[in-house]
Design a protein around this ligand. Sequence first.
Ligand code: NVA
Length: 319
Amino acid sequence: MPRHFLRDDDLTPAEQAEVLDLAATLKAAPFESKPLAGPRTVAIVFDKPTLRTQASFVAGIAELGGFPMVVDGNLAQIGTRESVADVARVLGRQASMIVWRTFDQGRIDEMAAYAGVPVVNALTDQFHPCQTLADLLTIREHKGGSEGGLAGLTMTFLGDAASNMSHSYLLAGATAGMHVRVSGPDDYRPDTAILERAQEIAATTGGSADYVAGPQEAAAGADVLITDTWVSMGKEQEAADRAAEVFGPWQLNDHLVGLGADPIVLHCLPAYRGKEITAEVIDGPRSVVWDEAENRRHAQKAILTWLLAADAGDTGGAR
Ligand code: NVA
């Protein structure tokens, strides 16, 4: 059975560190490693809008010597025109790996069950593990210890704590041995099972994972401050409920940044200046968002390379 990357805790702490080391190596010499030479095809399927994800996967797969086959989910109509399982079996015969951005996590779980090749989550309603890998690489570069270690750093996410980004920070940060705090309005708490899973991982890595109600308390002493849109893709009809009247206290502004411990600021983008983050902060000296956006490519090249190696020796699927 191939390995997949469907959620952040699909990698053990040692595996996550290995992938991040590989990402740093690939970043240092972007055109030297060609594990997809052939070229092997990687299918990249989008059921939701994209900019960074499409650009970074297409560029990254090309750098690895492969062919990025972009599939428009609106044309494919996966799950309505034909079942997820049938699409998985078809794509698995054309491509060496499948990258999918979709809605419910159950859809990508089903894709992985039937594809016969590694499947990578390029964002679901529940998780965005490629983004968090890129973020951990960025944090290592700016805040990592002498060997780039992340353990012991405090990472705070402010905003929709029930979102895919919040969930991924909980799992990925706990895996890295970080102290993760997610903070947002009471109606936007993280999924209990995911929070508990993060706490279980943190107990093995020396980290911690908590929902912290108050934004000031959450930001205090943080090494890394992060936010994301208050209205995730697929939640547009809830935009009126997700307004500044509700989320305003969690806006990442100079006041909250001032409470951190010489913090860096991350945002996965797209950003809405004046809503979840002020222009002063995202365009200011603590912001590392452009490094973060670039690091999508390096981190994703690393997970694709790692999954391909883990899959080597398996039979079936197109290779
Ligand atoms: N939480 C956001 C992340 C965008 C990269 C969304 O799902 O729309």
